[in-house]
Write a protein that binds this ligand. Structure first.
Ligand code: SER
Length: 868
C-alpha cells in the first residue's frame, strides 16, 4: 500500500532528507541560464555546469535543489503519454568532488524505500553495461538480487548534459506498476509497465565536440528525481497531469469550456493536458523574465503560448483564458516559488497581450490553412507553411500538427528554403534601417501604453514592460548600466509642452535606477537613467519616486508661465501670443509675439501683476473636456499645436485659462514669488522673458546678494552706497584716462621731433623720410606738420602701420608749393608705384594701401623722387 504524499510534501521531504545528510539546500535557479550556449534550464545540474568543469568555486561540497526545468524536445508527446512534460521539477542531490557512487546509491534507495515508502518489490534498477562497480554496490551494499539489476547501453545509461559538457555513466531507478506480470522478459523501456523516477549520474568526464572523453579533475554526483513522476506514483493517479501539481489547471480549463474532466473524451483530455502543461511552463518562463518573440528562447515561449491557445480553441473555450489559468499556476507555486507571486500581474499582462494578438491571426490563419488543405490535400508546401507563419503568425510546427491530425505531411525543406530567401531579402532591404526606428519600437508599441499617474501623485508602482540598453531590448540590467525603462504605470512626467521631465528613482528590493530624463514616445513613457545599485529585470515591479522638490519647482514655473502670458496681455497688448516656452527647474523662458521691446515700466507692471495673482491665492481648476467646449469657454490654445478631441484645461479662475498637459500648483500661492530677470529680443517680432518663480527666486536672490555683498566689501561702503561709489570711481577713471591720453601724445611727439635729426639737406631744403610705429592717420599728419615746421623749408614723408593698415603722409613747405610742387600728386605717384592710391592738398597729402612688406621700399622711392 502506497502512502499518499502531496507534491509539496514530496519536494520538502527530499530536501530535508539530503539536508540531514550534509547537503546545502539552494533555491531553484532561473529557467533562463546564464550560460548563453544553452537555451533553457533542462536539468537540475545545469546551473552547476561550471562547477563540474572546475571553472567555478563550489558553494559547498554537497548541495540539494528542487530545480524548475523546461524541455521542449518531446513537445509532441505532451498530453499523449502519461509522463511527458515541457515544464517539470527535478529534485537533485549533488556532490562536487565529495561523495561518489556508494553514498549516492545507498541514500537514493533509503529515500525511496524509507521516506517515500515505495515497496522494494516494485523497484528495479539499471546500470551502464560496463559499470561493474555500480552493479556490485546495488547488489552488495543495498541487497538487490542480480536479476533485478539490468545492464543497459550507452543510449539510456550514459548521461551527457548536451552535445558537449560534463557526463558520466548513470544508474536509474524504475517503478513497476505491474509486479503481477512477473520477473521474466523484463523491458525497462516499456512505459506501460515501468516509470523511471530517479537517475543517478556518476559525473566523471567532460565530452568535447569530437566526442572525446577527458576525466574531470574530480568525481561528482548529479541526480535527478522527477517530482511529477513520483507524485503520480504516490498519488495513485494514471498520469502526471492528474497529480495535485497540475490537475487544478486542467480542472479550471475544463470549467472554462463547461466540461467535467472525468467525463471528457480521450481527445478532450489530451487537449486539456497540453493546456495544463504549457501554461505551467509559460508562467514560469515569463516569471523568469522571458517575453514572447520570434527569436530563440522568446520563440519557444511564443510557441508554447500559441499551442495552448490553439488547444483552447479546439475545446471551444470562449474568451481570453491564459491569464485565468496563469492565476491557478501562481497559486500552486506560492509556497515553493514566492517570487512568482510578485510577477503574477506581469505574467498575466504578457499573456493577455499575446493571446489577444494571436486570436486575431488564428482565425484568418485557420481559414487559410483550410483552403490550402482543400486545394492540395497531398502535402503542405514549404511556401504555404512559410506564408502561414510570416503573414498570419501561425507557427509552422502548429501547422504541421494540424496537418498531421489529417494525415497530411508538410514540406520542411521547402519551408527552410523559402525562409532563407526571405531572410536574405530582408537583410539586404533593412541593412540601413535603424532598429530603434523600426523593429524595437514597433515591438514596444505592442506593449500598449504607460498610464501616467503623476497629475495626482509623485509616487507609485509600475511593472517593467521593457528595458533598453544601447537601444536594444534586454532582460536585465546591472549596476553601472545606462538604461531606458518602460513601465505600465508611472508618476514621472515626460518632457512635453515645454515642461522638463521629472527626476527621481525607480527601485525594488534588488536594484535602484536614478532617473536623469523622461521622454514620451507614442503612449509609452521612457525613463532614462543609470543603474546605481543591484539588478533590475523585465517584469519587476518597481517603486517609482519622483523628486518632489524638483517637481514643485517645475510646477511653480509652469503656472507662473500661464500667469505671465495673462499679465502681458493685460499690461502690454491683448494680442500677445505665445511663441514658445521652457519650464525648467531653475527658471522659465517665455517667447511671445510682440513687435517692439517692452519698456521698463511695462516689465515692472507685468511682474507686479503676476505677483498680485500669486498673493491672491487662486485655486486652479483642472478639467478634461471636449475641445469645442474649451474653445467656447475661451481657453487659450497654442497656435499650430495639435490637440485631441478631449483636452485638458488649466483654469486660474478670472485670470487665465489655457489648454495644457503639464503639471501645475494647486493654488497660485504655492508660487510664492515671481521675478523677471531679462526681457530681450530673439527674432523680428519675437521677444523673450526669462523669469524665476517659487524656490528658484531664492536661488536668484542668493546669487545677486552675494555679488552685492562682494562689491560692498571691495568698495568698503554699505550696499546702498555702492552705486554712488561706482559713479565717483567712474568719473575719476575718465579724468585719469584723459590725462594718460595727453601724456601719451606728448611723449609720442617728443619721440617724433627727435627724428628731425635724420633729415637730409638737398640744396637749401631739408628732406625727411621715416617710419614711425603704430600711429593713426590724423596723428601722423600732425606729426608731419610739426616736423616740417621744425625743419623749415623742405618735405617730410612719414609712414606708419596702425591696426594692420599702412598710411603714408606727405607735407611740403610753402616754398616748395610755391615752386610748383604738389604733395597730392607726389603721393599719388608714390602710391601708384606700389599698386595703391593717394592724394590730397598741394601741401599735405595721404595715401593708404601700400603693402606692409613694401613700406621701406616705398619710403626709399619717395626720397629718390624728392631728391630728383
Ligand atoms: N542530469 C540527470 C538528468 O537530467 C540527472 O539529474 O536526468
Amino acid at each position: 500500500m502506497l502512502t499518499y504524499l502531496a507534491g509539496a510534501q514530496i519536494r520538502r521531504a527530499f530536501l530535508d532528507f539530503y539536508q540531514a545528510r550534509g547537503h546545502m539546500p539552494l533555491p531553484s535557479a532561473s529557467l533562463i541560464p546564464e550560460d548563453p550556449t544553452v537555451l533553457l534550464t533542462i536539468a537540475g545540474m545545469l546551473p552547476f555546469k561550471p562547477i563540474f568543469l572546475g571553472q567555478q568555486e563550489r558553494p559547498a561540497p554537497r548541495v540539494t535543489t528542487a530545480q524548475k526545468c523546461v524541455r521542449t524536445n518531446d513537445i509532441e508527446n505532451v498530453g499523449r503519454t502519461a509522463r511527458h512534460h515541457t515544464f517539470f521539477e527535478m529534485l537533485g542531490n549533488f556532490s562536487f568532488g565529495d561523495y561518489f557512487k556508494k553514498d549516492a546509491i545507498t541514500w537514493a534507495w533509503e529515500l525511496l524505500t524509507q521516506v517515500y515508502n515505495l515497496p522494494c518489490e516494485q523497484l528495479w534498477v539499471s546500470v551502464y553495461e560496463e559499470d561493474d562497480e555500480a552493479f556490485a554496490l546495488w547488489h552488495n551494499a543495498v541487497g538487490i538480487p542480480p536479476h533485478r539489476i539490468q545492464r543497459m547501453g550507452e543510449d539510456s545509461n550514459f548521461w551527457v548534459s548536451g552535445p558537449t559538457g560534463p557526463c558520466g555513466p548513470c544508474s536509474e531507478i524504475y517503478f513497476d506498476f505491474h509486479p503481477e506480470l512477473g520477473e521474466t522478459g523484463i523491458d525497462l523501456d516499456d512505459d506501460t509497465r515501468f516509470l523511471e523516477i530517479y537517475n543517478l549520474v556518476f559525473m566523471q568526464y567532460n565530452r568535447d565536440a569530437q566526442g572525446v572523453l577527458t576525466p574531470l579533475a574530480q568525481q561528482n554526483i548529479d541526480t535527478g528525481l522527477g517530482l511529477e513522476r513520483l507524485a503520480q506514483v504516490l498519488q495513485g493517479v494514471p498520469n502526471n497531469y492528474e497529480t495535485d501539481l497540475v490537475f487544478p489547471i486542467l480542472a479550471k480549463a475544463a470549467e472554462l469550456c463547461s466540461l467535467d474532466y472525468y467525463q471528457a473524451s480521450a481527445e478532450q483530455k489530451r487537449h486539456l493536458k497540453v493546456i495544463g502543461d504549457h501554461i505551467r511552463a509559460v508562467v514560469h518562463l515569463i516569471g523568469d523574465g522571458l517575453i514572447p518573440s520570434n527569436l530563440g528562447r522568446g520563440y519557444i515561449l511564443r510557441r508554447l503560448i500559441r499551442r495552448a491557445i490553439r488547444y483552447g480553441r479546439l475545446l471551444d473555450i470562449r474568451g481570453v483564458f491564459t491569464p485565468i489559468l496563469a492565476d491557478v499556476v501562481v497559486d500552486l507555486y506560492t509556497e515553493a516559488y514566492p517570487a512568482l507571486v510578485e510577477k503574477a500581474h506581469w505574467v498575466q499582462q504578457v499573456l493577455l497581450q499575446e493571446e489577444n494578438k494571436f486570436r486575431k491571426t488564428l482565425e484568418t490563419g485557420e481559414r487559410m490553412l483550410g483552403q490550402i488543405l482543400a486545394e492540395c490535400p497531398e502535402q503542405i508546401s514549404g511556401q504555404a507553411l512559410f506564408k502561414l507563419y510570416d503573414t498570419y503568425g501561425f507557427p509552422p510546427e502548429l501547422t504541421e500538427e494540424v496537418a498531421q491530425e489529417q494525415g497530411i505531411p508538410v514540406d520542411w525543406t521547402g519551408y527552410r528554403e523559402t525562409m532563407q530567401e526571405a531572410v536574405e531579402r530582408s537583410q539586404s532591404a533593412h541593412q540601413t534601417i535603424d532598429l530603434t526606428q523600426g523593429g524595437v519600437l514597433a515591438e514596444l508599441a505592442e506593449l500598449g501604453q504607460t498610464t501616467f499617474l503623476g497629475y495626482l501623485q509623485t509616487y507609485g508602482t509600475g511593472l517593467v514592460l521593457s528595458l533598453l540598453a544601447e537601444e536594444q531590448p534586454v532582460a536585465q540590467v546591472a549596476a553601472g548600466a545606462e538604461v531606458r525603462v518602460v513601465l505600465d504605470r508611472s508618476p514621472f512626467y515626460a518632457e512635453s509642452g515645454g515642461q522638463i521631465g521629472d527626476r527621481g528613482y525607480l527601485s525594488s528590493s534588488s536594484g535602484r535606477i536614478r532617473i536623469l530624463d523622461v521622454q514620451k514616445q507614442g503612449d509609452l513613457i521612457f525613463h532614462r537613467g543609470q543603474v546605481e545599485e543591484g539588478t533590475v529585470r523585465l517584469g519587476d515591479t518597481l517603486e517609482a519616486r519622483v523628486d518632489e522638490d524638483l517637481r514643485r519647482r517645475a510646477q511653480a514655473h509652469h503656472t507662473a508661465t500661464h500667469l505671465l502670458q495673462a499679465a502681458l496681455k493685460a499690461v502690454v497688448d491683448p494680442n500677445i501670443s505665445q511663441a514658445g516656452s521652457l519650464v525648467a527647474f531653475d527658471r522659465l523662458r517665455f517667447d511671445f509675439n510682440c513687435p517692439r521691446a517692452l519698456t521698463e515700466t511695462e516689465v515692472e507692471a507685468t511682474e507686479t501683476l503676476v505677483n498680485r495673482w500669486v498673493a491672491e491665492a487662486h485655486t486652479l481648476q483642472v478639467e478634461v473636456m471636449p475641445i469645442a467646449e474649451a474653445k467656447h469657454r475661451g481657453a487659450v490654445a497654442m497656435f499650430g499645436e495639435k490637440y485631441g478631441a478631449e483636452v485638458r484645461v488649466i483654469d486660474v479662475p478670472g485670470v487665465s485659462m489655457e489648454l495644457c498637459g503639464g503639471t501645475h500648483v494647486r493654488n497660485t500661492a504655492e508660487i510664492g514669488l515671481f521675478k523677471i530677470m531679462t526681457e530681450t529680443g530673439v527674432a523680428t517680432g519675437v521677444r523673450r522673458i526669462e523669469a524665476v518663480a517659487g524656490a528658484a527666486v531664492l536661488d536668484y536672490l542668493k546669487t545677486r546678494d552675494r555679488i552685492t555683498r562682494q562689491l560692498s566689501n571691495e568698495f568698503k561702503v554699505t550696499v546702498e552706497e555702492v552705486p554712488g561709489r561706482v559713479a565717483t570711481l567712474q568719473g575719476e577713471l575718465k579724468r585719469t584716462q584723459k590725462e594718460v591720453e595727453q601724456l601719451r601724445s606728448e611723449l609720442a611727439l617728443t619721440r617724433v621731433m627727435a627724428l628731425a635729426d635724420q633729415a637730409h639737406d638737398v640744396g637749401d631744403k631739408k628732406i625727411l623720410t621715416a617710419q614711425i610705429p603704430d600711429t593713426n592717420p590724423d596723428a601722423l599728419k600732425g606729426a608731419a606738420e610739426r616736423l616740417l615746421q621744425k625743419l623749415g623749408e623742405g618735405a617730410v614723408v612719414l609712414a606708419s602701420a596702425a591696426e594692420g593698415k599702412v598710411t603714408f603722409v606727405v607735407a611740403f613747405s610753402p616754398a616748395l608749393v610755391k615752386a610748383g610742387q604738389n604733395a597730392g600728386k607726389f603721393i599719388g605717384q608714390v602710391a601708384g608705384n606700389f599698386g595703391a592710391r593717394g592724394g590730397g592738398r598741394p601741401n599735405l597729402a595721404q595715401a593708404g594701401g601700400i603693402p606692409l612688406d613694401q613700406v621701406n621700399e616705398a619710403l626709399r622711392y619717395a626720397e629718390q623722387l624728392l631728391r630728383g
